[in-house]
Design a protein around this ligand. Structure first.
Ligand code: SAH
Length: 396
């Protein structure tokens, strides 16, 4: 097995169990390794640090599989990692019994580059690193065996793959496509998910608990759900007793799915829901001009800042929508505002929202801070794994 020798001092982040090794930390590779091969990671003084997957093209030149230098990386290793990830979730009461669940959250579950989401009896897998690619067969088999799921779809289409020199690969690995849409339950609401063409693996499971909170807060309120996608927040708001739910998204297909999702849940009062295909930036202004008012607004925009380099432009976009949302709220109203941008930390996000409230001329306070659901854990030494943050603010 090839040895990856680090530059002096560059073992420190590994000793803190950070799983990435950047190109600048690498002194040399001794021996031969192809993309995705397992290498032994060794400090400049010769001390063994663990095993990693070699990625010759990526700036992240290696990702740690194990910090135990004697651990063997084989099929059994992946079985153990999958079993541990499932056991973590089974131990959390809020997760056990969920039909829609992230089973593997990449680095934070000890499997860099691997995502696995479960929707009922279907698994959706995404491999985005050279090491994950190399072991995709073993990982898929371990997940299939541990879950008993009969349908497995691979959705390896993340942009990240390009950085690792990997081409897109999508398709059914097990079980075939059916004409029946895939439907699963989230907190008592049936949701259709398109694993082939939907966003991410088809759905935004990370917002599951925050959608439940919306349901708890929606009673008697007029709700505006911006960036509604397939209507997750909207349907929970209806279930919670909202008196009106206006939902905005720029994607026609997402809104079509949202409409079907409403029909899938006949106990909800469909007359209270309105779906509008619109650009949220424009529509918030139009709603203001029309003198509309809301008592609860959800802002869950797409990732405006994938990295810190995009933070400035993204900050302006976040400020714009938050400012206009504050202006549309009645006194006593609630704003649930999110950022899923890795390039914007919580402190900066709070500053942006504070600036928006100031410019909107409203007196706002934070009453809850929100993150992704517990099936998206964050390894303590891997802050890069934390991307979703939310604030619930009251105004007036
Ligand atoms: N809240 C959703 C997820 C939102 S994802 C849920 O709980 O499932 C972000 C959504 O924003 C996508 O559906 C995308 O189509 C939409 N979108 C992106 N830019 C937009 C814009 N400028 N105006 C309106 N919608 C937009």
């Amino acid at each position: 097995m090839a040895q990856l020798i680090l530059k002096p001092g560059r073992e420190r982040s590994l000793q803190r169990r950070h799983p990435w090794l950047f190109e600048g930390a690498v002194e040399r590779l001794e021996g031969r390794a192809r993309s995705g091969d397992t290498v032994e990671v060794v400090a400049a003084d010769g001390g063994p640090l663990g095993k990693a997957a070699w990625s010759p093209i990526s700036r992240i030149r290696a990702r740690m599989w194990s910090f135990n230098p004697s651990e063997i990386i084989d099929d059994a290793f992946f079985k153990r990692r999958v079993a541990a990830a499932l056991a973590r979730r089974a131990a959390l009461p809020g997760l056990a019994g969920q039909q829609g669940l992230r089973l593997i959250h990449a680095e934070s579950d000890g499997l860099p580059g691997v995502i696995c989401d479960r929707y009922g009896d279907t698994l959706v897998l995404a491999f985005s690193s050279a090491g994950a690619e190399k072991w995709r067969g073993a990982i898929t088999a371990a997940l299939q065996k541990a879950t008993g799921c009969v349908r497995i779809y691979e959705r390896s289409d993340a942009d990240l793959r390009t950085l690792e020199g990997l081409a897109t690969r999508c398709g059914w690995l097990q079980g075939a496509a059916t004409n029946e849409p895939l439907v699963f339950d989230e907190h008592g609401i049936s949701m259709e998910v398109d694993v082939v063409a939907g966003h991410k693996t088809g759905f935004y499971l990370d917002q599951r608990d925050n959608r439940l909170l919306t349901r708890e807060l929606a009673s008697g309120r007029r709700v505006l759900n911006c960036f509604c996608y397939t209507g997750g927040f909207s349907l929970q708001a209806l279930a919670g007793g909202a008196t009106r739910v206006l939902s905005l998204d720029s994607s026609g297909p997402a809104l079509e799915t949202a409409r079907r999702n409403l029909i899938l849940n006949p106990k909800l009062n469909a007359e209270l829901a309105e779906w509008r295909e619109a650009d949220v930036f424009d529509e918030l202004r139009a709603l203001r001009a029309a003198g509309e008012k809301f008592d609860l607004i959800v802002l869950d925009p797409p990732k405006f800042a994938p990295s810190p380099a995009h933070a400035e432009k993204a900050s302006r976009a976040y400020k714009d929508i938050n400012l206009n949302a504050f202006k549309l709220l009645t006194p006593g109203g609630l704003l649930m505002t999110y950022s899923c941008s890795g390039g914007i930390g919580i402190e900066l996000f709070q500053k942006i929202v504070a600036g928006a409230a100031l410019d909107a001329g409203v007196d706002a306070r934070i009453v809850r801070r929100l993150t992704a659901s517990a099936d998206h854990p964050v390894l303590l030494d891997f802050p890069e794994g934390e991307y979703l943050k939310g604030l619930v603010c009251t105004v007036g």
